[in-house]
Design a protein around this ligand. Structure first.
Ligand code: HEM
Length: 92
């Protein structure tokens, strides 16, 4: 579910069982939104089932978001997982 994350609506990968909180969250995953979420997932999406306490270091978050931004259809890691709405076979 990290492939193609930039620009996507939260909780919108078909076939992945999100929490109700994530499904109902009115968030588009911009770089700013990802930075805020990764600082403290529970603060931004209360009730999320993501078991990650957050990254306090702004530089580390910046690097992480930069890496997430590379996960497009052009990334070998994401082959067949982006821009293919019918594909629910694998979530990464
Ligand atoms: C570098 C660390 C991580 C990053 C960058 C990251 C990123 C994200 C993002 C952006 C979402 C929202 C996905 C969407 O809306 O489609 C998400 C959801 C989720 N992540 Fe993470 N995550 C990280 C670590 C973890 C860890 C360590 C776990 C598990 C122990 C985890 C489990 C989950 C789960 C279960 C969800 C769905 C949450 C829900 O439905 O409320 N993540 N993650």
């Amino acid at each position: 579910m990290h492939c193609g994350i930039l620009g996507r609506a939260a909780g919108s990968v078909e076939g992945f069982e999100y929490s109700r909180a994530m499904r109902d969250a009115d968030i588009t995953w911009t770089a700013e939104a990802l930075d805020r979420f990764l600082q403290s997932p529970f603060a931004m999406v209360p009730g999320t089932t993501m078991g990650f306490a957050g990254l306090a270091d702004a530089t580390e978050r910046k690097q992480l978001v930069a890496w997430l931004a590379t996960l497009t259809a052009a990334s070998p890691h994401c082959a067949g997982l982006v821009n293919d709405p019918g594909n629910t076979k694998e979530m990464k």
